[in-house]
Design a protein around this ligand. Structure first.
Ligand code: HEM
Length: 419
């Protein structure tokens, strides 16, 4: 391991870094892999190391296996994001049909309709609008709500729970013990309120089924015996318990709320800072997918994720003991010079941006990736085509070091052209 002084991991939690954490991420990547906290916490930030860990069956997603208490944030029935096979395989299979590339592609007209409507409303502002609250946030929220079958009118009830759960996805290394305790308490209240909300909604849908994903999952729950109180259903069957159903709904709703907003706003921000590339996209909407992939590589909306070593593992040449935590800095991997030439340049014409790890890799590869990609591509096409004279007029980041993106992105404009 290098003897050059590297930044401490906790420096990443410095709010002054929110506008640009990348120099610190680069220094951490150069020093990686390395261990902190008596060897129980290993940081992987090179593309090859992150990619290998994400695909390694010994790298567990069950945070409860960690010997570090702070990793154990998901109490109660965990969603399949935090489960290993066979439960992970069974639960993921149940929802994966609804997120296949084919099913998602059929949503394009609806995604375009909502984008069009939102941009038209934004264009009524006088000279500038906030891209986050006008487009990047409401578009994915409306789509995931419709897909799942959650009434749009209920949004004010669950927006706060969703934000609190998203906040809890950050690693705890910037927090004092007291702050960590407070965060765990706030998270557990939000989780309980969310569960109660879904219990009511499930009862209503059971009485009057519809053609949404929630009704489909309820049918799966209804079709057979349980695996015992709180227990899991037999592997290979198509069943889930009510607690598993609720955890799945919460996962999908939160993922649909808190991630794509970052992708759309990070992309618009990068394009505003590179006007020639924005103009190229306006002239050729087919470039939207490349712009989306380059944004995922250059400014990842999910900056990091973790695994717990089962039975001891190696990350590069660094040993992780059984129960040790591996933190993967996905955003640093996206700018690894070993994979991407001139990694700190935003260039939608580079050929290999899609090799990023922004959606992870291996068995937990983001289930919502086709949806996120399509929503972002459509939003960028509509933005580039309709907003004339766009310029960056204001920017503030949300105080979250994992789910990265602007809280506010003011876009100055001359006109929003008719749809
Ligand atoms: C730009 C937007 C998004 C990004 C960057 C993103 C990123 C990620 C990442 C990195 C993971 C893997 C986490 C890990 O293994 O530790 C993941 C998993 C997941 N994502 Fe996304 N996500 C996005 C959008 C979405 C959307 C829109 C949905 C669905 C509505 C979604 C649903 C999921 C689910 C269900 C998982 C768990 C998969 C599993 O454990 O098998 N994501 N996502």
């Amino acid at each position: 391991m290098s003897t050059i002084e590297r930044p401490r991991l906790s420096e990443l939690a410095d709010p002054a870094l929110l506008p640009d954490p990348y120099p610190v991420l680069a220094a951490l990547r150069d020093a990686s892999p390395f261990a902190e906290f008596d060897g129980m916490f290993v940081v992987a930030a090179r593309h090859a190391d992150c990619s290998a860990v994400l695909r390694d069956p010994r790298a567990s997603s069950e945070r409860s296996r960690s010997l570090l208490a702070e990793a154990n944030v998901e109490r109660g029935t965990p969603s399949f994001l935090s489960l290993d096979p066979p439960d992970h395989t069974r639960l993921r299979r149940l929802v994966s049909k609804a997120f296949s590339a084919r099913v998602i592609a059929a949503l394009e007209p609806r995604i375009r309709e909502i984008s069009t409507e939102l941009l038209t409303a934004a264009g009524r502002a006088d000279g500038s609008f906030d891209l986050v609250s006008e487009l990047a946030y409401p578009l994915p929220v409306r789509i995931i709500s419709e897909l799942l079958g959650v009434p749009a009118n209920d949004h004010p009830r669950f927006a706060g729970w969703s934000a609190r759960l998203a906040h809890s996805l950050q690693p705890g290394f910037g927090l004092s013990d007291e702050q960590a305790r407070q965060r765990a308490a706030v998270t557990s209240v939000a989780r309980a309120e969310f569960a109660e909300y879904f219990r009511e909604l499930i009862a209503a849908r059971r009485a009057a089924p519809s053609d949404d994903l929630l009704s489909e999952l309820i049918r799966a729950e209804d079709e057979g015996p349980r695996g015992g109180p709180g227990g899991s259903s037999p592997q290979g069957s198509n069943r889930l318990t009510e607690d598993e159903l609720i955890a799945t709904c919460v996962l999908l709703l939160v993922a649909g709320h808190e991630t794509t907003v970052g992708l759309i706003s990070n992309a618009v921000l990068a394009l505003l800072r590179h006007p020639a590339q924005l103009a190229a996209l306006a002239a050729d909407p087919a470039l939207a997918s490349a712009a989306v992939e380059e944004t995922l590589r250059y400014d990842a909306p999910v900056q990091m994720t973790g695994r717990v070593a089962r039975g001891g593992m190696l990350v590069g040449d660094v040993a992780v003991p059984d129960g040790g935590l591996i933190l993967m800095l996905l955003a640093a991997a996206g700018r690894d010079p070993a994979v991407f030439a001139e990694p700190d340049s935003f260039d939608i014409s580079r050929g290999n941006a899609a090799g990023h790890l922004a959606f992870a890799a291996g068995p937990h590869f983001c289930l919502g990736a086709p949806l996120a990609r399509l929503e972002a591509a459509v939003a960028l096409q509509e933005f580039a085509r309709r907003v004339t004279g766009p310029e960056l007029a204001g920017l503030a980041y949300k105080p979250n070091l994992n789910l990265r993106g602007p809280q506010r992105l003011d876009v100055g404009f001359r006109q929003v052209l008719p749809a």
